[in-house]
Design a protein around this ligand. Structure first.
Ligand SMILES: [Zn+2]
Length: 235
């Protein structure tokens, strides 16, 4: 009976009261559809990098940081569906989108041995002032999704952002590196000692932020570092 109500009555009523839209293309979807319309769900631009020893994310990070593995889940294309989803996550108060994307990442990456050997997830921190303004850290939301799927612990307070850096988007590669240099400080080195840490962020562009955060970790803790991002952008 309950099932009947849910499918025959409840969802149509929900659709009327709370119309729901695909987070990538804005098409109206039914209350039971989750986050994406069927078309977007089946055309997400997966990179499959998690399966490749030599991938663009890995190569980009290795020029700056000795990582064990690096992979991004989706291609970020200007005006594309991934950009639309991440924009909502960061600027439209939609933390649940981060959790959803993290779950997609966890689900795909869990098949890989390098990912299974990860001991804990560390989201790239936001500066306290920026986090207070946004209300949440999008990387923590993504980490939460990865943890939901993989049951790995999240260590959100081991590293801190000590400088409130300005936006990276309008800067050159050199300016990006300078902008985030020494922006992070490791607080609880003991918690990650000897562990394989997965450093998580929303987008990998030049890798300057991830490299700065990662080197602060590797400088003071004897651990292994891998990197996972929801998207990778050309730069
Ligand atoms: Zn859609």
């Amino acid at each position: 009976m309950l099932q009947f109500l849910k499918t025959q009555v409840y969802y149509p009523v929900l659709d009327l009261l709370f119309p729901k839209y695909c987070i990538a293309c804005e098409t109206l979807i039914s209350a039971e559809a989750g986050f994406l319309c069927l078309s977007c769900k089946h055309t997400l631009p997966y990179t499959d990098m998690e399966k490749m020893e030599e991938n663009v994310a890995q190569i980009r990070m290795l020029t700056k940081l000795p990582v064990q593995f690096a992979a991004s889940l989706l291609y970020f294309i200007d005006a594309g569906m991934v950009r639309a989803m991440l924009h909502k996550l960061k600027y439209h108060n939609r933390p649940e989108i981060g959790v959803y994307l993290g779950e997609l990442l966890g689900q795909k990456f869990s098949a890989q041995a390098w990912f299974r050997s990860v001991d804990a997830i560390v989201p790239v921190p936001l500066h306290a002032a920026k986090k207070a303004k946004r209300g949440y850290n999008q990387s923590e939301c993504i980490a939460e999704g990865i943890a939901n799927y993989s049951h790995k612990p999240i260590l959100a307070n081991v590293i801190k952002r000590t400088r409130n850096t300005s936006s990276q988007t309008d800067k050159s590669r050199k300016e990006r590196m300078d902008n985030v240099a020494d922006a992070f400080a490791l607080r609880r080195a003991k918690q990650i000692e000897g562990k394989h840490i997965l450093l998580v962020d929303d987008v990998l562009t030049t890798g300057a932020t991830l490299a700065s955060c990662g080197s602060s970790i590797l400088k003071e803790a004897n651990c292994t570092l891998s990197i996972a991002t929801v998207a990778i952008a050309y730069h």
